[in-house]
Every structure is written in C-alpha cells, then in structure tokens.
Design a protein around this ligand. Sequence first.
Ligand SMILES: C[S@@+](CC[C@H](N)C(=O)[O-])C[C@H]1O[C@@H](n2cnc3c(N)ncnc32)[C@H](O)[C@@H]1O
Length: 359
Amino acid sequence: MDKEKSTRFMLKVVGDVATAMAAGLLVVGDQAGLFKCLSGAGPLSAAELSERSGVLVRYVEEWLAAMAGAGYVEYDAATDRFTLPEEHAQFLINPESEYYLGGLFGSLPGLLAMAPKLAQAFKTGSGISFAEFGAGMPQMLEVMNRPVYEARLVRHWLPTLPDVVARLQAGGRALDIGCGTGVVPLTLAKAFPAASIAGIDLDAHSIDIARGYAREAGLQDRVSFLAQPIEDLATAPGWDFISTFDVMHDLPDPVGAMQRIRASLNEGGTYLMVEPKVGDDLQTNLGNPFARMFYGISCLHCVPQSLAQGGLGLGACWGEKRARALAAQAGFTRFERLGIRTAGLVFYALGVGAGTAAA
Ligand SMILES: C[S@@+](CC[C@H](N)C(=O)[O-])C[C@H]1O[C@@H](n2cnc3c(N)ncnc32)[C@H](O)[C@@H]1O
C-alpha cells in the first residue's frame, strides 16, 4: 500500500464532500438573497452582510466561512471582510441571465435526494420515472435552460439553418419533442408569427405548465401542447422543423424515435438534435468538467428515467460518433454538426436527401 496515495485519496474525498456541502449552500445563498447583497458591495463583514440581507448574523458568519473555503467568495483576513468578485457574481445573481448557474446548483438537493432510491434501483435493475423525480422537476429544468434558449435560439442558433428560418417565416410548421414546460415552442412562436408551433412531452405536469405559459402570453391559439410520448407521434409528413433539446438520450428507443421523426418531416425538412457536448470516449471526457457533470446527471436522472420507460438507458454522454451511427440506422442521410459555440451543448442538423446545407 502506497501511504501517500492513500492519504491523497482520503483528502480528496474530504475535499469533494466539502465542495458538495458548499454547492448545497449555494442554493441557500441564492434563495436567501445573500449573493445579491454581496454583489457590487465591495468587501463586507458578516455583520454588514447580515444587516443588508436581514439574515441572522450567526447564519451569515457560518455561510461566509463555507463559501470562502470553497473559493466562491474571497476572504481578507486583515480586515475580516468578504468579497464576491464580479467575475463570480455574473453566474450567481440573476436568474434571467443566460450566464446564471442557479439552475445547475439548484438541481442538486432534488437530484441527490434520489440517491437512496437509485441505490435500490441499482439492486433491482428497475428504473425511476420522470414523474418520480417530483413535481418540481419540470421547473428545475426550466430554470436551468430557459434564459439560454431565450437568449440564443432565435438570435444565434437558428440563423445557422437559413432554410428553417425561411420556412417558419413563410408559415411553416415546427414541433419540439420533449418540450418540458414549453420554452422552445413559445420562443419560436414569438419569433415566427406566421408559423404553427407544437410541443409534445411524455410528462403531463410539464404540459400543464406549458399550456399555462401559452395562455399567459396570449399564444394559446398558435402553439399547441400535447401530453404524448414520441412513441405515439403520427408518422406522416407534416413538419418543416422538428427539434429535441436534451431529450434524445432520455428516450427509451432513440433509433425508433429518430425513424419516427424522419417519417414526420416534410420534404427537405430539418431535424435539430441538441445534446450535451461531450467527446466520443470516456478517457477524453474524464478531463472535461462539463462531461464529468453530465455523467453525474446521467447516472442520477437520465439513465434511470429511460430504464423506467423500458428503454436502453443510452445516457447523456453518447458523443458524435454514436449519434451519427444511430441517425444513419434511422435512415437519415444528412447529418451536420453545426458550428455553434456553446459550452455544454452540441447541435446536429439531420435530414434526408440533399436538403439545404447549414450556413
Ligand atoms: C432533460 S428534459 C429536457 C426538457 C426540455 N427540452 C429542455 O431542454 O429543457 C427531457 C424531457 O424529455 C421528456 N421525455 C422523456 N421521455 C419521453 C418520451 N418517451 N416522449 C416524449 N417526451 C419524453 C421528459 O418528460 C422531459 O421533459
């Protein structure tokens, strides 16, 4: 036994647990308004932060110590004051910002609470359905993704597919599969007033929320939402543009789903598949913090919910090589990786025949 290696590992586990604790306390700081009070305020003592936030000073002292230990706030021992640098604040304080990471760390309590149930599932080989993750799951995903989709879908992502833009401007039809609370269909409906837009999702609770948002936005006549699994989607041509955002790897039968999508596209139509951005092999992914996080989410959520549908449990980290292979198996003859630079997502445009190349 290598004693130094053993000590290094023990310290690593303690350090990982410390980071996990601090990550949980990010949620507390976010919800109690502590980050907002620290942001732009310069160095503050615990008492000053307590006064600004209205949080009991003893809680603030302990929270700041944990945050300083994790490197989330900076501590000046000479003045006993704490600073939230602006480089950190941009990711922590504004839920409407596309840079906000609160959706990620906000998912931790709910996902980690599933660990005992997952351990049971490991023993029995059963899955855990999307609904079993709790009524808060759809909106948790929305907090994670909405600001990014709203900021980038129409302005940066779709312009790489000029034919799709032209068809939607001319009154084409778009379908988002696994639409969750409807962010993608509603964003499309606002940008393309002549187009007909629909969203489907297996989860009825997500669809209820999406319908509520459509009514609030006065879009209920132009966007339809249906609680329906992709396995029940009619396979006749009817859509100029079909999208899945962070969905394909969750489906029980990805090749079958892609076949269905292919059969549902109008001639020259485009399927946009958005997936977590990872490499093709584990060794490459181990060096990438995004991929390491995706493996965690995949093990805690994606794989068990796919298994619960009697599926393969493809997992979130399947890479471009496999995506190309499964798309070809499903009969797509066009597969382009779009040149969109977004840290955690990869974009594939699929079609049949010559189609229209991406910009
Ligand atoms: C990770 S979430 C992504 C939600 C949304 N597209 C987004 O990007 O925020 C995956 C979604 O796929 C849905 N889903 C899972 N299996 C499905 C199926 N067989 N048919 C349709 N939707 C499904 C889930 O209910 C969930 O809303």
